[in-house]
Design a protein around this ligand. Structure first.
Ligand code: ADE
Ligand code: ZN
Length: 333
């Protein structure tokens, strides 16, 4: 089964570029940018990863991204991720980036996006990985700050396919950003939002995403299973769900394999993703393998999960057909 998973052509729709920062790279960047770390070795950094809920993860995540300063830093961050993803047979990615995590430290928006974009171009040329970038707003910052970043992004509109919403969900509902997301839609962006696992008011957040924000996709969204009407609306609107099994395990002590199987049975477009693989120490293939160990998924179920990701991607029909054919060729080859 491991060999089958490794070879399967995959798409990844929920990976935070800043969440791909590897401990060795944290050290390299800190040294280059003359930043003192409180750790002596990359292993000390890993040993300090003690995540049990979203805030405990975010604290470490924002502190570590402080080593990213120059365009070259953002280039390397992104290109290293693509190199790692290529080993997992990932052929298409819609990665997130968090500009407010950097502009708040004095890094220019142009610096961030130029570095990321150059890496996307090189990954296309050198690794054969296509990608489309998603800009996330930090939901624990103000709607005004999100609106300012939407404006900053507009000169780079051709390099960004959509906007998302991440960071601390508690008391930061989708409707806080209703106007910004309406403006983003007007600008031509696709829309997605995190509805993280087991958050306060989570069912209300999922409902707002569907009815008010009218998202094109939902990130996580596992809790929708607690409400039949939500499940029915997710199917009716054909909304992809980007579930992250290893990431979930830090919060719910399970890879949510039962929930993922139930979603498949209900015809919900559930996909498998890595979220923050540098921190959770599991890239996409690792997520598929861990999930299969817990849930004993068949080749057919795993193939459906991989197909769902290409289907839920923000690609045109011809591109989707091309990727589905790659899966057909793999299965029949
Ligand atoms: N930012 C990076 N990873 C995140 C996650 N899993 N949930 C919310 N915000 C995030
Ligand atoms: Zn996420």
């Amino acid at each position: 089964m491991t060999a089958f998973i490794e070879g399967l052509p995959k798409a990844e729709l929920h990976v935070h570029l800043e969440g791909t920062l590897e401990p060795e790279h944290i050290f390299e960047l800190a040294s280059r940018n003359k930043i003192e770390l409180e750790y002596k070795t990359p292993q000390d950094v890993i040993d300090a990863y003690d995540f049990h809920d979203l805030p405990s993860f975010l604290k470490i995540y924002y502190a570590a991204m402080g080593v990213l300063h120059t365009e070259q830093d953002f280039y390397e961050l992104t290109y290293h991720y693509f190199e790692r993803a290529a080993k997992d047979n990932v052929v298409y990615v819609e990665p997130f980036f968090d500009p407010q995590g950097h502009t708040s430290r004095g890094v220019d928006f142009d610096t961030i996006i130029n570095g990321i974009h150059r890496a996307q171009e090189d990954a296309r040329k050198n690794l054969g990985i296509e990608s489309n970038l998603i800009m996330c707003f930090l939901r624990d910052m103000s709607a005004e700050s999100a609106a300012e970043h939407l404006q900053m992004s507009l000169p780079f509109k051709d390099w960004i396919i959509g906007v998302g919403l991440d960071s601390d969900e508690k008391d930061n509902p989708p409707t806080k950003f209703q106007q910004v997301f309406a403006d983003a839609r007007q600008a031509g962006y696709k829309l997605t939002m995190h509805c993280d696992v087991n958050q306060k008011d989570i069912l209300g957040h999922i409902r707002e995403c569907i009815d008010i924000i009218k998202v094109d996709r939902i990130d996580h969204g596992i809790n929708a299973l607690e409400d039949e009407a939500l499940c029915a609306d997710i199917v009716k609107h054909d909304l992809g769900l980007t579930v992250c099994p290893v990431s979930n395990r830090f919060v719910v002590q399970s890879l949510t394999s039962n929930e993922i199987r139930t979603m498949l049975e209900k015809n919900m477009k559930v996909t498998i993703n890595s979220d923050d693989p540098g921190y959770f120490r599991a890239y996409l293939t690792d997520n598929f393998i861990a999930l299969t160990e817990e849930g004993h998924f068949s080749e057919q179920e795993l193939t459906q999960l991989a197909r769902n990701a290409f289907d839920a991607a923000w690609l045109d029909d011809a591109d989707k057909a091309h990727y589905q054919q790659r899966i057909n060729d793999y299965i029949s080859g």
